[in-house]
Ligand binder design. Structure first.
Ligand SMILES: Cc1cc2nc3c(=O)[nH]c(=O)nc-3n(C[C@H](O)[C@H](O)[C@H](O)COP(=O)(O)OP(=O)(O)OC[C@H]3O[C@@H](n4cnc5c(N)ncnc54)[C@H](O)[C@@H]3O)c2cc1C
Ligand code: SF4
Ligand code: SF4
Length: 406
């Protein structure tokens, strides 16, 4: 440990407010690295002192301190944030559609950007060959590499960590990350002119939260798959939603449904920061994809296996123009999606946006640090949740703090 701990890192880490994006390591690569913590999350480890400039820079961009979005003339939905248009669709390549998380729209957009030479490389997250349940950041240069990294991986990722090395090249990149990664990168553009030039496209996906590696280990345990025998692990995909699938050294596979793996296990291992995240829908990206689940007669999402469909939200004019060019090139089929139907198929995102204020109030009432959110309509959303749900979440968060269970 260094003589002087960064005040921002101390507040964020002690308050369990770190999302694990890697922004701190990006802006201070000689002083901070990202490492897996004992609890199984990616967390910054400080090895030397931050300069006053770095400390202020970190304080302005760290998602554990603040996240801000503004409509800037766009429609601004209280739940879904600023957007230009919403679509549902899928990759026209049936193999990509099947391999991907939802309908493969996100990967199809990336392949189009590479093939049309709009960008040189994609910065994205894929499986870590040395730790099959884990992630690593990869630079994809062609469609085959994008295909290999398609699919959601419900485990920690810190795609901003290696940013400085990319900024020192003269290449153009598309960046794919969790909403908090994209939010931090967008905020960093105010401090470093190189970022907008090197990263013309920021893409994201709806994000309910990052589980610790401990979650994946419970899945392996239930599957009867010893970790040292596992050579590959998919969290989903290969169908929609697809199965969590462990491949063992002897070539056999063990599978668990999405409802059991995400719903029954992984969602219970999500880090605290994600429970107070109003930006799980990627408000600061150019284009955001998600699951366009179908709803049953009660309005709840159906997780039965079927051909995948991505929800595609264009958040900027640039994102909408990109989607139009991908559709014109025949790589994605897309049709208009009515935002009125989104709350029913994304109940987790709806609830979180409405209950964030109550949870933040509990943190503040206990004298704990809390991130500052601007532009997320927290009061309006809290009113929509009703008194009972707000009281339950306020008291539930107070209890977690008392019990030391953040
Ligand atoms: C942690 C997490 C939480 C999610 N929560 C929701 C949710 O609440 N609602 C919902 O509708 N969908 C959720 N998803 C699914 C996500 O929305 C789908 O990836 C999205 O539907 C896009 O599908 P696609 O087929 O178009 O994407 P794909 O073509 O499959 O592309 C997925 C992209 O995501 C990247 N990626 C995968 N895992 C990670 C990761 N851990 N960190 C950074 N990048 C990653 C891949 O590199 C790839 O570029 C979540 C995914 C993750 C990883
Ligand atoms: S949220 Fe991101 S920038 Fe902030 S401390 Fe964690 S890893 Fe660093
Ligand atoms: S829920 Fe929010 S804070 Fe958590 S990983 Fe997703 S975007 Fe980041």
């Amino acid at each position: 440990m260094t003589e002087k701990r960064s005040a921002t890192l101390a507040t964020v880490l002690d308050g369990q407010l770190c999302s694990g994006c890697g922004g701190c390591a990006a802006l201070a690569p000689d002083a901070v690295t990202m490492q897996i913590s004992d609890a199984g999350y990616l967390r910054p480890v400080q090895t030397s002192e931050l300069s006053p400039f770095q400390e202020n820079y970190l304080n302005q961009i760290c998602p554990g301190v603040r996240v801000a979005q503004a409509p800037a003339g766009r429609p601004d939905h209280p739940l879904w944030g600023p957007y230009i248009a919403m679509h549902a669709g899928h990759a026209t390549d049936p193999e990509l559609r099947r391999n991907a998380s939802s309908g493969g729209a996100l990967s199809a957009v990336l392949i189009h950007l590479l093939d049309s030479k709009e960008i040189d490389k994609v910065v994205q997250v894929g499986a870590d060959p040395n730790l099959p349940i884990g992630n690593r950041t990869v630079l994809s240069q062609n469609g085959a590499a994008v295909f290999a990294s398609a699919g959601s991986r419900y485990a920690p990722s810190a795609p901003l960590e290696g940013l400085e090395a990319l900024l020192q090249t003269d290449l153009r990149y598309a960046f794919v990350g969790k909403p908090c990664d994209v939010g931090a990168l967008r905020a960093m553009m105010r401090f470093d002119d190189r970022i907008a030039a090197r990263f013309p496209y920021l893409l994201s996906f709806f994000c309910a939260g990052v589980p610790s590696l401990a979650g994946a280990r419970v899945v392996l345990n239930r599957l009867g798959a010893p970790e040292d025998e596992v050579t590959a692990f998919r969290y989903r995909g290969n169908g929609w939603p697809g199965f969590a699938t462990a491949t063992l050294r002897d070539g056999t596979t063990r599978q668990m449904s999405y409802a059991d793996s995400w719903g029954g296990i992984l969602s219970r291992h999500v880090q605290f920061r994600c429970k107070i995240c109003p930006d799980g829908t990627g408000g600061l990206a150019d284009l955001v994809c998600a699951d366009a689940w179908e709803a049953d007669e009660r309005g709840y999402p159906i997780f039965a296996e079927r051909d995948g469909t991505s929800l595609i939200v264009s958040r900027t004019e640039k994102g909408e123009a990109l989607l139009r060019s991908v559709v014109a090139a025949g790589r994605v089929e897309a049709f208009a999606f009515d935002p009125a139907g989104l709350a029913a198929i994304q109940p987790g995102q709806t609830g979180k946006r409405r209950l964030t204020l109550a949870r933040l109030a509990a943190l503040r009432a206990m004298g704990r640090a809390a991130p500052r959110y601007t532009g997320f309509h927290l009061w309006r959303n809290a009113r929509a949740a009703g008194l009972r749900a707000n009281a339950k979440n306020f008291l539930g968060t107070l209890r977690r703090i008392w019990q030391g269970r953040l």
